[in-house]
Structures are given as C-alpha cells and as structure tokens.
Design a binder for this molecule. Structure first.
Ligand code: COA
Length: 185
C-alpha cells in the first residue's frame, strides 16, 4: 500500500468513451518521476500548439521530489496512472502581487496545474480544483490564489469556469499574467 491519504474518487464518463474512475490523493515520493513526465508532456504539448514560451521548460524528477517533500502535491490517478496534478504552497511566488487580492490572513498559492494532454477536457482539472478547495479549507486557509498566462496558452477561462474570480492583470518580467482567487470562508 502506498502511504497516500484516504483520497477522493469520482467516476467520469468522457464523451462517447468508457467509464473512467479517477481517484485523487496526496502525492508520495515515488510519484515524482511520473508527475515530472506528465508535466513535461504538457509543456511539449503547449509548445507544439502555441510555440516556444515560458511554458516550454521540461520538468525534472528532482524538482518534483522537492515539491512533494516541502509542500502539498495533489495527484489524480486513473488506476495507478498519474492523470493530473497540482500543488499548494504557503510561500507567495515572486510573480504574485498581493495588492490585487482580497486581504486574508492565510492564503495558499496554487501552482503546477497540469492534466495529461490525452486526458484533458474530461473533468479531471475541475475535480483537482475541488479537491484543492477541500484540502485548503482543512489546512486551514482562507483563500486560494494563482496566476495564469494572459495568452492563448494560458488556462484563465478554465479557472473562471471552475469558480475562480479574476482579480487583476499584470506584467511580471515582461510576461502578461492574469490573477485569480477563490475565497474559502
Ligand atoms: C488547464 C487544464 C489544467 C484543464 O484541465 P482539464 O481536465 O482539461 O479541465 P476540465 O475538463 O476539468 O474543464 C473544466 C471546464 O473548463 C473548460 N476548460 C478546460 N481547459 C480550458 C482552456 N484551456 N480554456 C478554456 N476552457 C477550458 C472545459 O471545457 C470545462 O468547461 P465546461 O465545464 O463548460 O465543460 C489542462 O487543460 C492543462 O493541463 N492544460 C495545460 C497546462 C496549463 O495550461 N496549466 C495551467 C497553468 S496556469
């Protein structure tokens, strides 16, 4: 048995496809390699679709291992196969300017949101975000904050559809970004 927490699960029925049972839990050390591989597939897919950009860098197993050891990495699985992931951290990323967000005492920051390109648009991203909200409330935290690229390659409309509110648009080191937040209390 892997040392995952109890986790959450849901059944999805992709359009015209077979039923898929997705479970979501906290990543363990042995998930670092498959998560890095998934994030690199996502980077390659974005580069193929939108050209080279800040989204193009491959992700290393050691950086994911560090993330698992120092923050909360959440993973969606189809059986044993990693299908999606996100990360919650307490430390504010450099690109986030808190002045744009509703002031709260205990914000969390959502990073590294990714669903395997072959499994996108099947509800896995939405499911990961709802688990993130459950995890954040239990933390306890008052809000989840994030930034998305303000470009075609960015996933801003996805966050809007999943209940996040746009709170501002900025340029950080010449990269246009959109800020989103979800208040939890
Ligand atoms: C963005 C991403 C995480 C979404 O995951 P997903 O599993 O495909 O999303 P879901 O199927 O749960 O979509 C939920 C809703 O958002 C919509 N949506 C998903 N991705 C979208 C996008 N890029 N633009 C606009 N709408 C999007 C879906 O159509 C769905 O809408 P509906 O409820 O009206 O049907 C995934 O596409 C991904 O990994 N993209 C590449 C990496 C990336 O952009 N990461 C975010 C960095 S900020």
């Amino acid at each position: 048995m892997k040392p995952h927490d109890a986790g959450w699960s849901a059944v999805r029925e992709p359009h015209g496809g077979a039923t898929v049972r997705i479970s979501v839990d906290t990543a363990a050390a042995e998930d670092a390699a498959p998560i890095a591989a998934l994030q690199t597939r996502v980077a390659d897919d974005l580069t193929r679709r939108y050209g080279p950009g800040h989204w193009s860098a491959p992700v290393t197993e050691s950086s994911v291992a560090r993330a698992i050891a120092t923050s909360r990495v959440i993973v969606a699985r189809d059986g044993e196969v990693v299908a999606g992931t996100l990360r919650l951290v307490t430390k504010k990323p450099w690109a986030i300017d808190p002045a744009y967000f509703v002031h709260v005492r205990r914000p969390l920051y959502l990073l590294s949101m990714a669903v395997d390109p072959s499994r996108q648009r099947n509800g896995i991203g939405r499911m990961l975000l709802s688990v993130a909200a459950v995890v954040a409330r239990a933390w306890p935290a008052d809000a989840i904050r994030l930034d998305a690229y303000d470009s075609e390659a960015g996933a801003g409309p996805f966050y809007s559809k999943c209940g996040y509110r746009e709170v501002g648009r900025v340029s950080y080191r010449a990269v246009p970004l959109v800020y989103y937040e979800m208040l939890l209390s």
